[in-house]
Design a protein around this ligand. Sequence first.
Ligand SMILES: Cc1cc2nc3c(=O)[nH]c(=O)nc-3n(C[C@H](O)[C@H](O)[C@H](O)COP(=O)(O)OP(=O)(O)OC[C@H]3O[C@@H](n4cnc5c(N)ncnc54)[C@H](O)[C@@H]3O)c2cc1C
Length: 385
Amino acid sequence: MGKRILILGAGVGGIVSSNIFAKSIMKEHEVVLIDKNDTHIFRASYPYIMINVRKPHQIRAEISSLQKMGVKFVQAEVLGLDLSNLLVETDIGSFTYDYLIIALGAEEHSEKVPGLIETAFNLCDYESVLDLSQVLERFEQGHIITFISELPVIGTVAPYEIVFLLDSFFRRRKQRQNIELTLITPEEIPLQNSNPKVSNSIAADLKKRGINLLVNSQVVSLDPRANSIELQDGSIIVADIFIAIPPQQGPAVLKNSSLELDEGWVKVDPHTLKTNLENVYAVGDITAIRMPSNRDWAPKLGVFAHYQAEVVARNIALELAGKKPMFRYRGKAAGFVMATDISLGRIGSFDYFAIERPKVTLLRPTRLGHWVKMAFEKYWLTRWF
Ligand SMILES: Cc1cc2nc3c(=O)[nH]c(=O)nc-3n(C[C@H](O)[C@H](O)[C@H](O)COP(=O)(O)OP(=O)(O)OC[C@H]3O[C@@H](n4cnc5c(N)ncnc54)[C@H](O)[C@@H]3O)c2cc1C
């Protein structure tokens, strides 16, 4: 008898798992994908949108295009999870399932930092990044502060990409001498869960390029009238533009869902992504995966959402075919790129299940790195839609 696989969220995890099901399971089974939006936007390209080197139409895809592969797309907002009755409640009604994959990502809570909404541009919000790109076009002199509000930070390397791309953008416009750039982070060192060599190389690069770095710094509030930011140690810094990576947490719909949570994120088996409930899986930013070496949060990146979704979808497909699930998620990713200039990028790799400490490599900035990043954007928006 046909089974229904219900996938919540058409971000990285939802899109990858939908595609794999479309290709690997019998037609008798039904794949239903739910998202509140009708468009998927490739967030890894937001930093390029910010400096106007990518245009909005280049980083978007219609989620409904998955219907041509046999995936049923439903545009609806998930409002609750009544999982003891195998029900997902949405604004257009309830959905049952035989298998459930929760890929709703992280939920942003800008209101947790007083003054953030009124004062700062939000790097995780598409419209806000577009507004910022307009302001930067006209900006000729002053101080720009980029800050990470809280850990874990979605996109891990994105704040560093932002300051490097701003530096590169203003250098090309020959205005860099009139612009002060600052990055504020609660991390002890840049990319604190990588390794000292990588962290030191980023810190050295920031210094060489004249970008101020404030580590161990928690932003407590912003003042829209004074155009200032207050840090936990009481210091106040005035600036002209603020760019925030706002606080993130597990979505509110998880509460009262009978899913086991860890500080609001969904607890999963780190190798199979199974939750505490039968036939319910979670993938991507919403998961509570901790690194074995130091119990810190594993990085929340699209590459990991992608690999996790592959493991879950392939194992469910095997189970539906009457075979034993055999795929395991290993916390590794290669070919990942951190942008360091409008035309340069550092190719890297992660292995965060390493026992002694997470292993991270980042090669020196190259044009190849940039082209890999650009090619991946194109690949993502054509291969998966
Ligand atoms: C600025 C920025 C730059 C980044 N750069 C990179 C990068 O270079 N490389 C990289 O690997 N990662 C990067 N990331 C991180 C990457 O975008 C995320 O890790 C990835 O998108 C997580 O995938 P996901 O499937 O878990 O969730 P998401 O991609 O966030 O998808 C969640 C989906 O669920 C939907 N949804 C949420 N709530 C509901 C609801 N209640 N009802 C219905 N639908 C809902 C949303 O609309 C969304 O489509 C970046 C992130 C940011 C913000």
